[in-house]
Structure formats: structure tokens, C-alpha cells
Design a protein. Structure first.
Length: 533
């Protein structure tokens, strides 16, 4: 390819005038194969530094950008593509800028294949040095990408190896060209990529100063989400809604789900499914969680998913009607049959469904069935909207075992009481405050949620157990926060509760401990509170 592009441009056939591709990638996955295919479709290849070397080694015809511009790479490669022959080739408008391009020897660049210095990957290392982060801030890449994307009617901008296969298929089908709709879609992806990259840089730099330590929360918080689907309405029919996920949701989170059957998900379905899945994935044994209005109304572990469901449903059969059911094991046919025979269900979520289960559930095509990989998700940030703003906190991933608890009563729990207490504590963590959970033998017996008074939650949990015909004699109680008065223990003791787990930390802890000893109850403090509002 000649370095003076005016006469060559005039000699080229019109259909080939845009067949110049500029390739400059940090992630070289698949780039050799992609460049080979472009060359076969009549594209001339411009490239830089390491990318040009990789293409040349693979026998792909390539021209160095420095040879094309007549300007060498300088400052250790910091300046190489910031040149009029590059940006003019990307920004030149058809029908308006041909004369200027010819005058300055600028050839139109029809395709830009680029990805950036790996700033996000480098800074994901908590030990990343400040200067290393700064050196991985790409300048030329985003500038070229914005230029090409702005001129999307003439330029196809390619930002990810994941796009290569689809684009090659279209090039093969169309004789080496890409359609207007494809170019526009690529441009939108390009601007999204630049935005995410700039957001990552802003977040990282806003959380630290040169030579100083980092802050947990940056002074400016930027986030990007991708729309999964529009929803029929929000929490109520008069509210519009849509569901968005993180750009890269962690495996094991609800946003990594796959819907196998059923009606489109509603706003409330998604909210309840998230609460159910977060709760059930805490347990190691075969377990089932039934959720209604974002609160667990029944939780149990057993020797099989069907048995776990049976025990969870027995906690509160009335509330379970129309609920969301989550399992931490594959749903088999016996479990599916048990659920469908027992209640009306909106949604079932599990790591997998057997063929027999899906065949059985197909008889109820309205029931939504979701699968989520059974992986322990790393808690991310928890963000909640307030009028005109956002509250952000780290996820509540605190877990306690027997060794983390402090026995404060005169006598300590026996082995069974410890098992009951820790089971109840996992459930209480997921119940809206004020939360009281009664449990025994790997199952809930009564749940009191969302009350303004903790003693009212204790009374409701006891009333729920009574309504379900379940005895609380010898059961355990978990409270998500401390007891401000002894009345909660008095109420629980009257119901038959014999062991208590709670955070402690009240001014009246001594009074509450004395009440436990007076009632012959064992009590342990976790030192950790689990408010969920």
C-alpha cells in the first residue's frame, strides 16, 4: 500500500474504497484468524506495534501505521495513532470530505478493530501500583473508537473477539461488506465500551491519591448495567419497569439465571426469586426455601429436595400459596409432582431440573422455571435508591459458626441446640427486620418478619407455628438484632423456646441474660447484626 493515498484511492474500484482495516488490539484472541479472513475479503490491513508483529509472523499482509502516517511511534509507543491520516480516515464523511482526504493523502478506514490497554484487569489486583494503573490508561484507543463510532455510516468498529465470528459470517454472505444496521449496532457497543472503560478509570482514581491508600468507596461512583428485558409493569400495575444486570454478573447470582419455561417474569417475581435464591444457597444439605413478598415463610433441610419442600411448606401453608420456591439441588420428578399437587406456585428456581421434572412441569406452562449455577457468589455492593440519590454498602456476607459465638447463659447449648441455633441464624439473616425465627431439626417452625417491635415479631412467629400445628417445645430462636428488653425472651419461653441466638449489644444485655437463666434457656451472642430493611 503506497504512503500517498490520493491517486491510489482514485484507481480502486468503488466497492473496495472502504476496504482498509486498522487493527490494534491488546487482547489478541482470535485476531490472526480474523485478519486473515479480512485480507481474503480484499481488506488492506493497517496495524501497530505488537499487533502488527503478530500478524506479520502469521503471514498476514500488513502495513505499519508509522509507515502509513510517515510519523514514527514515539514516547515508548504512547503516541502512534494520534495523526490526521488516521483520524481523518475514521472521521471523513462521504460526500463532504473527499477533497480534503485526497489533498492530504488520507484513505478512508472502513473497519476499526480495537481493544484497550487492560486497565480493568490490572487494577483488579489489590496490590496494583498506582503508576502501573496509570500506564494502563489507553488514550489512542478510545480516541479512535469514538471517532469511528461517530462515523458509523462509513466505519465498522469492532471492540471484542466475541464479535469476530458473527461479522465474518456476514462478510461471507454479503461479498465482504457489512450492513448499515450492523455498523450502527457496533457503534453503540463501542460507545458503551468507552463508557465502561472511563467509568472504571474514574472509580479507581476517585478512590485513591498518588502514594496514599485507597478508599473503599470512590468520591464518584459510576456503574453500568445491561437491560435484560422490559417488564409488564413494576411493583404495581401503574408503574413501568425493566430488569438490568451487571455487565459481568457473578456466577451463582440471579442475573446469571436461565428461564426454562413459564410466563414472562414480573418485577415481584424477580425480587422474590432473588430473596429465595440468596437464602437457599447458604445451606449445604438438600434444602428448600419458600418466599412470599421477599420474606422466607418456610425453610427446611432434609434427605431429598421433596422432603425439604414438604417440611418447608408445613411451616406456613397459607403464606406459601402463590409463592416462589427455591432449591439448592436439582429438582427431580418427585419434587415437581409434590409441589404441583400441594400448592399454586408462581416460580421455581434451582440449579437444574431433571427431564422428568420438566415433563411434569410442562403440564403447568404458566409456572416459571429458572436455573442458576450452584456456585457461591461473591457478594458485591448493595445499592438502594433514595429520592434523588443512592445508598451503597458492601454485601452482607457475614457468616458465623459455633466457634464465633459466645455463650452468655449459665449453661451452654447441647449439640442439637447448636445445630438448631445456627440453622435459625441463617434464616433470620434473610428475613426483613425486625426478624424472629423459631426452628428445630433443620426446619423453620415460625417466622415473624418486618414488625416495628421485636416482641411483636416473637408473638407472630409463635402464632404462625400454632396455626400450622407445630410445637415449639425445645426449639431454638434467632433474632437478627439484640433484644432491647427481656419481653422477647419471656414471650419465647412461654411458647416453649429453650435456646436463643442473637447479636447482643443492648444496654439491657444483663437483664436479657438474666431472663434466659431464669427461664432455663441457653443463649449465645454472635456480635453480628443482620438488619434487612
Amino acid at each position: 500500500m503506497a504512503s500517498s493515498g490520493g491517486s491510489e484511492e482514485a484507481e480502486r474500484q468503488p466497492e473496495f474504497r472502504d476496504r482498509l482495516a486498522l487493527i490494534s488490539v491488546s487482547d489478541k484472541t482470535g485476531i490472526v484468524e480474523f485478519a486473515h479472513a479480512l485480507s481474503e475479503h480484499g481488506y488492506d490491513i493497517l496495524s501497530t506495534g505488537g499487533t502488527a508483529a503478530a500478524l506479520r509472523e502469521a503471514a498476514v499482509p500488513v502495513t505499519e501505521v508509522a509507515d502509513y502516517t510517515g510519523s514514527p511511534e514515539i514516547m515508548d509507543g504512547r503516541v502512534k495513532t494520534l495523526h490526521p491520516r488516521i483520524h481523518g480516515g475514521l472521521l471523513g464523511r462521504e460526500g463532504r470530505d473527499e477533497a480534503a482526504m485526497a489533498e492530504h493523502g488520507i484513505r478512508r478506514i472502513g473497519m476499526l478493530v480495537i481493544n484497550f490497554y487492560p486497565f480493568e484487569q490490572v487494577t483488579a489486583d489489590p496490590n496494583c501500583a498506582f503508576e502501573d494503573a496509570v500506564e494502563n490508561i489507553d488514550i489512542g484507543g478510545p480516541a479512535m473508537l469514538r471517532a469511528g463510532a461517530k462515523n458509523f455510516r462509513s466505519v465498522a468498529v469492532v471492540t471484542s473477539p466475541q464479535q469476530y465470528a458473527e461479522l465474518l459470517d456476514e462478510l461471507a454472505d454479503s461479498g465482504g461488506t457489512l450492513g448499515a444496521a450492523t455498523k450502527y449496532r457496533l457503534a453503540v457497543s463501542a460507545f458503551n465500551r468507552v463508557a465502561r472503560y472511563d467509568d472504571a478509570i474514574s472509580n479507581w482514581l476517585s478512590a485513591r491519591d498518588p502514594g496514599a491508600g485507597s478508599r473503599r468507596f470512590p468520591d464518584r461512583f459510576n456503574a453500568a448495567f445491561i437491560k435484560l428485558q422490559d417488564l409488564r409493569y413494576g411493583e404495581n400495575p401503574h408503574q413501568a419497569a425493566a430488569w438490568y444486570r451487571e455487565v459481568k454478573p457473578a456466577a451463582g447470582t440471579l442475573s446469571a439465571m436461565r428461564q426454562l419455561q413459564g410466563k414472562p417474569l414480573s418485577f415481584n417475581n424477580i425480587n422474590d426469586a432473588d430473596a429465595a435464591w440468596r437464602c437457599v444457597r447458604q445451606f449445604d444439605d438438600d434444602s428448600c426455601v419458600i418466599v412470599k413478598h421477599a420474606n422466607p415463610c418456610g425453610v427446611a433441610s432434609a434427605g431429598s429436595p421433596a422432603a425439604a419442600y414438604d417440611r418447608a411448606h408445613a411451616t406456613d401453608p397459607v403464606s406459601a400459596f402463590g409463592g416462589v420456591i427455591a432449591f439448592n439441588r436439582e429438582v427431580d420428578e418427585a419434587t415437581a409432582r409434590e409441589v404441583l399437587d400441594r400448592q399454586f406456585v408462581e416460580l421455581i428456581i434451582a440449579p437444574a431440573f431433571s427431564e422428568g421434572a420438566l415433563a411434569r412441569l410442562a403440564d403447568k406452562p404458566q409456572v416459571r422455571c429458572l436455573t442458576v449455577p450452584r456456585e457461591q457468589a461473591t457478594p458485591g455492593l448493595d445499592a438502594r435508591s433514595v429520592d434523588g440519590g443512592l445508598l451503597i454498602q458492601t454485601g452482607d456476607d457475614a457468616m458465623v459458626g459455633q466457634a464465633d459465638c459466645r455463650v452468655v447463659s449459665r449453661s451452654g447449648p447441647n449439640e442439637q441446640e447448636w445445630a438448631d441455633l445456627l440453622f435459625a441464624w441463617k434464616v433470620a439473616k434473610m428475613v426483613k427486620s425486625n426478624a424472629i425465627v423459631y426452628a428445630a431439626g433443620g426446619r423453620t417452625l415460625g417466622i415473624g418478619a418486618g414488625q416495628m417491635s421485636r416482641v411483636d415479631s416473637a408473638r407472630i412467629a409463635g402464632w404462625k407455628a400454632g396455626e400450622a400445628g407445630l410445637s415449639l417445645e425445645g426449639a431454638a430462636m434467632a433474632s437478627d438484632a439484640f433484644f432491647p428488653f427481656r419481653d422477647g425472651l419471656d414471650t419465647a419461653s412461654e411458647a416453649g423456646i429453650r435456646s436463643v441466638i442473637q447479636p447482643g449489644g443492648s444496654k439491657r444485655d444483663d437483664e436479657v441474660i438474666a431472663a434466659a437463666d431464669e427461664h432455663g434457656m441457653t443463649m449465645v451472642f454472635t456480635g453480628i447484626r443482620h438488619f434487612r430493611h
